[in-house]
Every structure is written in structure tokens, then in C-alpha cells.
Write a protein that binds this ligand. Structure first.
Ligand code: FAD
Length: 441
């Protein structure tokens, strides 16, 4: 079988594809790899843009391991099977009067996949999904099931919430939740350059603040969200028009036309701002935070310390204006609070993420390359699940715990069972730039 990711930019053919339904079956697959001296990578639902799942040998899926293992009502915690999607987890949380503190803007990832790459949403006072985990259970290279939490295997817990499948196969995660809540989202078109100086104050005043800046224009769509007790106000027809027709079908048509006819990107971006109207919706947290993504795209997402936002953005917009890349997708701008997870891009720093997209058919490597070069000046930490061509030599400089992480990895997996071809490029210092194939543009 040929395995493909969501954006169809990563394809590979594993020798064996195994779908485990129980912990025992996961252990069997891992022990088989160990005994036969083979490699094994685990995939979630394939929503990473980078080649993080790549293997030429065994690919394991735990998509069938879904749902609730146990509800811990008093602590407001739930233990889920790690193959549960973020969407299903949200529905199940609500059934128990609970909610995740924050989500990304999309929810079809598995809980294991989402945590393993440091998936995040927006909110300078809110952490990413990995930080919601208070315990996880992982089948390691010797076929053992390890429980990891602050009290049990604490070092593996600290490191293993963002571990890219390198510590083993996560089979269960226990999440710290909050009481169920509703969110009110307000969308509007703003002059982003006028707003820039106010952003630090706005970040404190709005629980979730996010911008979609239209490159080569002054305009951005602003999304502000706050917790509310107001009744649900989210008519299906309005949602259909805004989310399906405008944000997906119209965007798809615009991207496709401008790609085929090589239209002037600046003019198309200017045109797109005309589609952004004011909108207010109120609904359960998960229905507001997660959105439909029906237009396929490629993405690079770069995290720099929050205090460098204005300088970083200014360089980015200057470069885009100068080079006029043929890109008609908005740049998404989000903020995330610092955490304590060793390879989390927000490890010990409040950060801003700028996400650069291109339509999936559009091949503009210079766009991603130039953005990454600018971000390198600001100690960039790229999103692990998105495109970049950085590797160990860079990561050991920007992650203070890089070597501690690698020590644990080597202890848990001395035979390198969980290291596939891309992972090998990423974690070892090859003293030469990652090949194009791995950059995958
Ligand atoms: C349309 C779209 C929207 C997105 N929106 C956001 C967003 O808002 N915020 C954000 O931060 N990211 C976002 N992403 C990126 C996405 O959240 C991450 O790439 C995430 O890791 C994908 O989860 P997955 O289940 O598809 O895992 P995969 O992509 O399949 O795997 C990701 C990594 O997790 C590992 N892994 C998977 N399962 C296990 C397991 N059981 N045990 C151990 N390791 C495992 C894999 O080996 C791999 O290293 C988006 C992606 C897409 C396509």
C-alpha cells in the first residue's frame, strides 16, 4: 500500500502496514520489529505536512484504538485511547460536562499525533494540546508498557509529550480538562499595520486572538474569541455560507484559477480581502475553535519568541513585498504560552507562530526557504508536523534539552527501531543541508 498524508505531499510504501486494535497487538508489532532487526514508525491520521511518519519498513496505525478508557470525575480528567481524534475527544468531553482548555483550528488529528508534534491553537495565556496531558502510556522498543506522569517515569513524561514517535507507541493519554464552556467568536477585516502596535495589549484582553494576513496587502482577518454564557447562535445556513462556500469553495476556486493562469498574486490577495465580512458566532468551544479545511495546502509554521513578533513580521512582509511570490494564501498568526516540555516549540518561551501556506499544487520553494531564513535570526523553532529543512545542528542550539531528550531516546530505543529515514536526517547531525526530498517542497 502507498501511504499518503492529508496534503498528498508525502507518499511512501511501507513493507508492512499493521493496524493494532489492542495494547497486546501493539506490543506484538514492536517485538516483531525488535526480534527481526526491523524499523517501525507509527502514524496518526496523517495530518502532518513533514515526513514525520516515513518508513520503508513497518508502519503501525492505532486508529482503531479510540474512545474513553476511564473518566476521573473529581479531577476533571479523562483517559482516552490515543487513536481518538481530537474531534471525537471533544464530543466525549462535552458528554461529561468537560472541555479541553484550547484546541488547534482543526480537529481530525489523533490525540497521539497531535501531542507528538506539539499541536497548538492560539492564546498567549493558553498552552498547546501536549500540555493538557497529565499521563501517557507508551509501548517502548522492548515491548514494555510504561506509564509516564509527574510521579511515574517523570523524565520520560517531561520529554515524551512531544516526541515524534521516537520513544515508542503511545496507546493512552490522560487529559486535564476544564468545565465545558462556550465561545463567542468575532471576525472582522482590519488594517493589520495600524493594529500592530496594539497587539501586545489585545493579546491580554482576548482569550484567543488570531490573524490571517493577506500577503502584499495591509489587510488581515482578525478572529477574537471569548468565553460566554450567551445562548448558542450559530445557524447552519450562515455557517455553510461562511465556512463552506467562502472559506473553502471560493478559496479553492481562487487558488486553482490563480495557479492555472498564473494570476497576479497581489491582486488576487486584494480581491480575497473583499470576501471577509463581519461575523459573530456562539457555540460550544470545540465547534468554534475547530474549522473545516477542505482546500488542500502545504504549510510551514515558524515559532519565534513573542517579543520578536513585530520585528519578525516586518521582515517577513518586506520580503514578501519585494519578492512578490505567487502565493494567494493568507499567513496565519497565532500566539501560545510557554511550557515545560523539552521539545515543545514553546519550551520556556511565550511564542508567536507564523504559518505560511501555499495551495497544494503550487510549488514555491523560495517562499518557504526565505521565510525560514528570516526566522533563523530569531531562534526559530519550526512546528514539527510542518515543512522545514532544519536538523540537529540547529535544534541543539534552540532546544536547551535537545541532548537530554536524545539520551532518553537512546536509552529507550538502543536499536533505533523507531528511527525512519526522515527522523534520521532530523536527529543526527549530517553537516550538510537536508536534501530536497526531505524538505519536500
Ligand atoms: C488541515 C490541517 C490543519 C492543521 N491545523 C493545525 C493547528 O491548528 N495547529 C497545529 O499545531 N497543527 C495543525 N496541523 C498539524 C497537525 O496538528 C499535526 O501535524 C499533527 O501531528 C497531526 O496529527 P496526526 O494524528 O495526523 O499525526 P501524524 O501526522 O500521522 O503523525 C505525527 C507524528 O506523531 C507520531 N505519532 C502518531 N501516532 C502516534 C502514537 N500513537 N504514538 C507515538 N507517536 C505517534 C508520528 O510518528 C509522527 O511523528 C494541521 C494539519 C492539517 C492537515
Amino acid at each position: 500500500m502507498i501511504w499518503k498524508n492529508w496534503s498528498e505531499t508525502v507518499k511512501f510504501e511501507p513493507k508492512n502496514y499493521i493496524e493494532a486494535k489492542t495494547i497486546e497487538e501493539v506490543k506484538e508489532a514492536v517485538l516483531m520489529a525488535k526480534e527481526e532487526g526491523r524499523k517501525l514508525r507509527v502514524a496518526g491520521s496523517g495530518h502532518s505536512f513533514s515526513r514525520v511518519c516515513e518508513t520503508k519498513d513497518i508502519l503501525l496505525s492505532i486508529d482503531a484504538m479510540t474512545g474513553i478508557v476511564e473518566v476521573h470525575k473529581e479531577q476533571k480528567q479523562i483517559t482516552f485511547w490515543a487513536g481518538t481524534t481530537v474531534r471525537r475527544a471533544g464530543e466525549l468531553c462535552l458528554e461529561h460536562g468537560l472541555a479541553q482548555e484550547n484546541l488547534g483550528d482543526f480537529d481530525l488529528q489523533t490525540l497521539a499525533g497531535a501531542t507528538s508534534t506539539g499541536t497548538h491553537g492560539t492564546g498567549i495565556n493558553l498552552n498547546g494540546i501536549s500540555h493538557q496531558i497529565v499521563a501517557f502510556w507508551v509501548v517502548t522498543a522492548d515491548g514494555e508498557l510504561l506509564e509516564c506522569s509527574k510521579d511515574k517515569n517523570p523524565k520520560i513524561f517531561e520529554a515524551g509529550r512531544v516526541a515524534l514517535g521516537l520513544f515508542g507507541v503511545i496507546v493512552k493519554v490522560r487529559l486535564q480538562l476544564v468545565d465545558a464552556y462556550k465561545l463567542k467568536v468575532e471576525k472582522s477585516l482590519v488594517n493589520f499595520f495600524e493594529i500592530l502596535p496594539q497587539i501586545p495589549t489585545m493579546l491580554q484582553n482576548h482569550r484567543n486572538l488570531e490573524f490571517f494576513w493577506f500577503p502584499m496587502t495591509k489587510k488581515a482577518m482578525m478572529k477574537k474569541m471569548s468565553v460566554t454564557d450567551e445562548p448558542v447562535d450559530d445557524p447552519q445556513w450562515k455557517n455553510f455560507i461562511n465556512q463552506h462556500i467562502i472559506e473553502n469553495y471560493a478559496l479553492n476556486a481562487v487558488c486553482n484559477l490563480s495557479y492555472r493562469w498564473n494570476l497576479n498574486a497581489k491582486k488576487v490577495n486584494q480581491l480575497m480581502t473583499k470576501f471577509v465580512g463581519n461575523d459573530i458566532r456562539i457555540n460550544d468551544y470545540n465547534k468554534i475553535l475547530a474549522t473545516e479545511r477542505m482546500v488542500r495546502f502545504k504549510e510551514m509554521e515558524l515559532n519565534v519568541p513573542a517579543e520578536h513578533f513585530e520585528a519578525f513580521f516586518t521582515e517577513v512582509s518586506n520580503m514578501i513585498n519585494e519578492k512578490q511570490y505567487p502565493v494567494v494564501f493568507p499567513v496565519e498568526i497565532r500566539w501560545v504560552k510557554a511550557d515545560d516540555i523539552w521539545l515543545s516549540p514553546t519550551y520556556q518561551r511565550d511564542a508567536v507562530y507564523l504559518a505560511f501556506h501555499t495551495y497544494w499544487k503550487n510549488h514555491v520553494p523560495a517562499y518557504f526557504y526565505d521565510m525560514q531564513e528570516i526566522a533563523k535570526k530569531y531562534e526559530v523553532r519550526p512546528h514539527w508536523g510542518k515543512m522545514h529543512n532544519l536538523e540537529a545542528a540547529h535544534f541543539e542550539k534552540v532546544y536547551p534539552k535537545w541532548h537530554d531528550f536524545m539520551e532518553i531516546r537512546e536509552r529507550l530505543d538502543p536499536d533505533q527501531i523507531f528511527v525512519g529515514p526522515y527522523m534520521s536526517r532530523l536527529i543526527k547531525d549530517h553537516h550538510q543541508p537536508m536534501a530536497d526530498r526531505y524538505y519536500n517542497l
